[in-house]
Write a protein that binds this ligand. Structure first.
Ligand SMILES: Cc1cc2nc3c(=O)[nH]c(=O)nc-3n(C[C@H](O)[C@H](O)[C@H](O)COP(=O)(O)O)c2cc1C
Length: 427
């Protein structure tokens, strides 16, 4: 029997899967839909008192489905901060959200935004939420929509806060000192120096970091010759492939600081959640997948996580949480062939019993190093002169009939699973 319960900033949660800030945490009716799926936590929609980002263009979701199946889950989104008047949210909606979360044993995390590093524009929300019984607050310092959607005078709202370590430090410190509940800082993927911002936020006393907010994007309808949806750059890089980028940014954080991290971005399946947990995150969040797949995606992730742990013999989240962090490195630190030999010492090896002669490897080899004559060959032929030892064929072979080996010793370097072997014995 696996135990999904865990803790985040010393707060117990029944499982690590939840919903990051969006409509679903904006009112009790939508929140309930998620809570009933069995989630461990949910973040409220960002509240604020800034003119501009609460007035969204309607319609505000523009699905890219019809532009190709690769874009099936992608959309441009011109929705911004909460559009409900703050006082109504605080006095009416928040208590009802908290009560529903209490009944279902779900952690509710508040989310707010002020203007730039002006502490007075942040602290009232924190105090109100603390007084209402909110146990933790996320600073929405990462919103691309807010940056571009706020009126000109307030363009320091959103992502600019999370791109500069100095500003991030100021905002966080002021908020941390104002209340006694844990403060979580939300990252923007627009930040190049994410490790630097993470260190600044840790130094300022943040209890946790969440990563990442959405990237911005825009789309052009080639049939009409006009922008698709809004004629502007907005939250837009949605969909599962976006996880690659977000995960890399999360690794920059977890490999650098020692405070808890809430990870998300392109999270659609249970294994996506596992990846964020293995990357050192304490919680794994979903957002846009609820929109493109329905709220049931949450239940599937929770059940999938439980089955996965059972299958792997993990009893608790901590059995695998952060397991890859110690191995993270920047490519500049990778041991290299010196000089890089013209004839590759690493070549593909074919398993005749598994190969079904589909010819995909020969078709996709960028270097034209593989050929297959189905009448004479049982496996593809290798042109050693052209082969670069790149491993592309390994990843494309559906029956797993190819692996990369060391040409001289036959030692396996990569079989298409996990990390390539460090085959260079001398630097
Ligand atoms: C419709 C929608 C509304 C969002 N609203 C907010 C918001 O109010 N505050 C915030 O911090 N992030 C907001 N986000 C960003 C998400 O919380 C999340 O960080 C981002 O979408 C990346 O995760 P995903 O790839 O799982 O969607 C919103 C995202 C979407 C799709």
């Amino acid at each position: 029997m696996v135990d999904l319960s865990t803790s985040f900033c010393a707060i117990e949660v029944k499982n690590p899967i939840g919903v990051t800030s969006c409509d679903f945490g904006g009112n009790e009716r939508l929140l309930r839909r998620c809570v009933e799926q069995g989630i461990g936590w949910i973040i409220g929609k960002t509240v604020h008192q800034i003119d501009g980002p609460h007035r969204w263009p309607r319609p505000y979701f523009y699905s890219l489905k019809r532009f190709g199946k690769e874009l099936g889950d992608a959309f441009v989104c011109s929705q911004m901060f909460h559009n409900m008047p703050y006082e109504r949210w605080r006095d009416d909606e928040l208590p009802r959200c908290l009560e529903t979360c209490r009944v279902h044993n779900v952690l509710f995390i508040g989310s707010c935004s002020g203007i730039g590093a002006d502490a007075d524009t942040w602290i009232p929300f924190l105090k109100d939420m603390e007084a209402a019984g909110v146990r933790m607050v996320e600073l929405d310092t990462g919103g691309p929509h807010a940056t571009f959607g706020a009126v000109n005078a307030q363009k320091e709202v959103g992502a600019p806060l999370a791109m500069d370590p100095k500003t991030a430090y100021q905002v966080t410190k002021a908020c941390v000192e104002a209340v006694n509940i844990p403060i979580m800082f939300k990252m923007t993927p627009q930040c190049v120096n994410m490790a630097g911002v993470a260190m600044a936020v840790e130094r300022a006393g943040a209890a946790a970091i969440s990563a990442n907010n959405s990237f911005y994007g825009c789309w052009i309808d080639h049939e009409t010759g006009t922008f698709f949806g809004v004629p502007a750059s907005m939250g837009g890089l949605m969909g599962r492939p976006w996880q690659l980028f977000s995960l890399a940014k999360v690794m920059e954080i977890t490999a650098t600081v020692h405070i808890p991290v809430l990870g998300g971005g392109g999270t659609f399946t249970y294994d996506d959640c596992v990846r964020y947990l293995m990357a050192g995150c304490g919680l794994a969040g979903l957002c846009s997948s609820l929109y493109s797949r329905g709220v049931e995606v949450l239940r599937r992730c929770i059940d999938g996580l439980s089955d996965y742990m059972d299958r792997k013999g993990y009893h608790r989240i901590q059995d695998f949480q952060g397991c890859v962090v110690k191995d993270f490195q920047y490519l500049r630190d990778w041991r290299r062939e010196n000089p890089m030999a013209e004839t590759t010492p690493i070549i593909p090896e074919f398993d005749a019993d598994r190969c079904d002669q589909c010819g995909v490897c020969a078709r996709v080899c960028p270097y034209g190093a593989l050929s297959l004559d189905k009448t004479n060959d049982s496996v593809p032929r290798l042109n050693r002169e052209y082969c670069c030892g790149c491993g592309w064929c390994v990843g494309h072979c559906r029956p797993h009939a190819i692996r990369c080996v060391h040409a001289e010793t036959g030692e396996v370097v990569w079989n298409g699973f996990g990390t390539i072997a460090d085959w260079i014995k001398t630097a």
